[in-house]
Design a protein around this ligand. Structure first.
Ligand code: BG6
Ligand code: MG
Length: 218
């Protein structure tokens, strides 16, 4: 039987949390006295918390002390946690449960591969955690996407060879990480932004059973 390991990013793929990360970074930038646009935010998707703040300070041309840096990280996360506190199943992106259910029925191993340190509570909140055989998140990796570490770890925890794994990602950095890991990369979002992906779909609704079967058989 053909088998593939399926690795899902979390933010912007499974749940609509990318908007909350953006809001929290935008408020932080505004408080520091500069703007932060949605276009600039594309480069923040998939990027770790620390790397994101460094990038934001570069955009604003700000230099701050280590103490202030640590404080800003905490306040950004506090604001983000307030947003996700209100989350429920309604924030699962369209047709994600259909695809998870189908893959599970077919006996495919499934992993989460996310940069977020908030991944487990979010999956619990939206009641999808039971689909995942393993969770690799920001608490378990040292190198941020576009480094392939998070996905390679996912593959090994699923006991699958990297080239037998498939990654769903909404970020440029994540697609690059999947490609470096020699995995099949499937972008969820805008094909212009995610042009490095092997396949791109606007959302999971556009992913047919036929497509999944071809990927599993391929
Ligand atoms: C990624 C998001 O999934 O996780 C990034 O795309 C975020 O925007 C990163 O910075 C880290 O998340 P968290 O929840 O640990 O701050
Ligand atoms: Mg993402």
């Amino acid at each position: 039987m053909n088998k593939k390991g399926f690795i899902f990013d979390l933010d912007g793929v499974i749940v609509d949390t990318a908007k909350y990360h953006y809001l929290a970074w935008k408020n932080l930038a505004n408080n520091l006295g500069f703007e932060f646009t949605e276009e600039q935010n594309e480069l923040f998707k998939g990027v770790s918390r620390i790397a994101s703040l460094k990038l934001l300070l570069e955009i604003g041309g700000k230099t701050i002390s280590q103490e202030e840096f640590d404080q800003l990280l905490i306040s950004k996360n506090d604001e983000y946690l307030e947003y996700i506190e209100q989350m429920d199943e309604s924030e699962i992106l369209p047709d994600v449960p259909r695809v998870l259910q189908y893959l599970k029925q077919q006996g495919m191993p499934i992993a989460l591969g996310s940069a977020s340190k908030n991944a487990t509570p979010i999956l619990e909140k939206v009641k999808l955690i039971s689909y995942f055989d393993t969770i690799v998140d920001g608490n378990g990796v040292t190198k941020a996407k576009p480094d392939p570490e998070v996905f390679l770890l996912g593959a090994s925890q699923l006991d699958m060879a990297a080239d037998q794994c498939v990654v769903f990602e909404d970020s440029i950095a994540g697609i690059q990480a999947a490609n470096k890991a020699n995995m099949i990369s499937i972008g969820i979002g805008d094909p212009e932004v995610l042009h490095e992906a092997d396949y791109v779909f606007a959302n999971f609704t556009d992913i047919s059973i036929q497509f999944l079967n071809n990927i599993i058989a391929g």
